[in-house]
Ligand binder design. Structure first.
Ligand code: AMP
Ligand code: ZN
Length: 116
């Protein structure tokens, strides 16, 4: 189910321009508009799910596929064997700014730990 005013639903519906780099079963991957690393992609379910905390049992396969797509893109963008990071920000204190669940894929530079 798509949500009218949601930024990522609008990208999924092609109502907002975005650099789509992959489309898979129930998922799209786009370049982040404000990249925090040389490679910064977002893996976005086409279904509107507001946040990680809203996932149900029914989303288990979908989120597994999101991680698999992340691995495929990491190889495609030559992030292996150096390594990469996948992040899901959940809720205001984690810095979630778009309320449609998405997986960040970051790589291409050394990444600090712990994150800020
Ligand atoms: P988060 O803070 O985890 O909710 O991440 C939201 C991400 O979406 C941020 O990294 C933004 O730079 C990114 N973003 C916001 N608007 C767009 C857009 N129109 N196209 C691509 N990425 C976007
Ligand atoms: Zn949405």
């Amino acid at each position: 189910m798509s949500q009218e005013g949601c930024l990522f639903c609008r990208i999924v519906r092609r109502q907002l321009p975005a650099e789509i780099v992959a489309e898979a079963d129930g998922l799209i991957a786009v370049k982040d508009v404000n990249p925090q690393a040389p490679t910064h992609l977002l893996i976005i379910p086409t279904e509107h799910i507001a946040s990680l905390a809203d996932l149900t049992e029914a989303h288990t396969t979908l989120m597994g596929k999101a991680l698999q797509l992340g691995n495929r893109l990491a190889r495609q963008y030559h992030l292996t064997p150096d390594g990469y990071r996948v992040v899901i920000n959940c809720g205001p204190q984690a810095g979630q700014s778009v309320w449609h669940v998405h997986v960040h894929l970051l790589g291409g530079r050394p990444l600090q730990w712990p994150p800020g």
